[in-house]
Write a protein that binds this ligand. Sequence first.
Ligand code: 5AD
Ligand code: SF4
Length: 480
Amino acid sequence: MSSEKQTQAESGKTVFVKTYGCQMNVYDSERMVSLLRPLGYRTVENAANADLVILNTCHIREKAAEKLYSDLGRLRRTKAESARDMTVAVAGCVAQAEGEEVAERADIVDIVVGPQAYHRLPEMIARAARRTGAVLDTDFSVEEKFDALARNRDADGVSAFVTVQEGCDKFCTFCVVPYTRGAEISRSAAAIISETRALAQAGVREVTLLGQNVNAWTSPAPAAGYGVKARKDGAWGLGELCRAIARIDGVARIRFTTSHPRDMDEALIAALGEEEKLMPYLHLPVQSGADRILKAMNRGHTAADYFDLIARIRAARPDIALSGDFIVGFPGETNSDFEETLALTEAVCYASAYSFKYSRRPGTPAAILAKQVAEDEKDRRLAVLQALLKEQRDAFCAGLVGETLPVLFERPGRKAGQLIGKTPYLQSVHAYAPDSNVGGIAPVRIEAVTPNALAGELAGAADEGRPARMKAGDAQEPRV
Ligand code: 5AD
Ligand code: SF4
């Protein structure tokens, strides 16, 4: 036995997780790993060394699903060559949407687990070990999942995700999410606050509140009040939740994603303007700049509504950096519709953005629309839009050169002595700084723009950084 194999055998079981798609999946993958740790699993970087391989899939575009099947093909060879009795689990939205097909089409799959059933993963692994056929669980019980995953979470970073909302009721005509992730459901304010407080006590300084439609989050005002004024109707929205989280000791930065323009209410805009801990960065997908297409997409707003919203957000928080999602080549999109998307992009000026070719998803209303746009025309439009968005991103980054920004240092960089952190605008920054700065926020003078990040020079001391880890059993009086 090689010494590497010996070490693995001694240290228990190994898991390899591959995550496709959105932040929701990144978060869910972290949660699954947390859940498996008490069972003796540790993560490995390579499927060949894993007892358990989890592919956490995305279903949003056709290519993402195809990628799963080609990865499963490769995994079959890895499994054949591996000395381990490898268990293969397919998780995420493909599992939810076409779990039975996955199990039939790829016989190496032992477990199919939908996004609402991850907390049952340990028992599914035990059942799969009996090798009596694929184990499927794609039940919907979001609340049960929220509770179970929060109980099992461990925090080991500077920045953490906290799921506050799942699902989507918007039914954009191109999108599978309302079918795969189900209806909008909000987690209770008390549960979110208690999870965030525990994260802060473990040293987390930045929380990103996650939801498919995060700004649709709502809850009756919690009895505890947390020092935040409820709305007239007695409810809390995301604005109130962010204000409560800003009052938690140790939390220095708050972000949230992904927002829908329709749910961007005045209370949230006011919080963005008033709460310094809320970072000046907002991901606000628009998809198209043409009213005709926005209507066909069922987005529920016009281009003018979007402009008006951006103006109100910028009035509240003038330095806000905006990010967006775009789809080119939606069925029926003419060149002149596309020109309107370019005009909207020019007018808004994005700091970053994601853009996609429309992908026809079976079961969605847009899939059966006539006038599907030819693939080469989609390619052309995407290239034009991406060139414009890149120009805007480069200009935004170039505008920061010479400025001194507060950077939250997250981890060591590749080069000795270097740390990697984030600006308030979510760009990565490399700077030489002592390791003790990890978890601290320090002023950094931005010197240059590199292909995927900024380079800067430390321009002062970091703040007090992470609080000393509290010992288990320490009194944890609510601070909010
Ligand atoms: N085709 C292309 N892009 C899509 N998105 C969602 N569904 C599709 C689709 N069928 C994009 C949207 C969304 C992002 C998460 O993915 O831009 O905001
Ligand atoms: Fe999909 Fe639209 Fe819901 Fe976003 S808002 S998840 S694009 S249906």
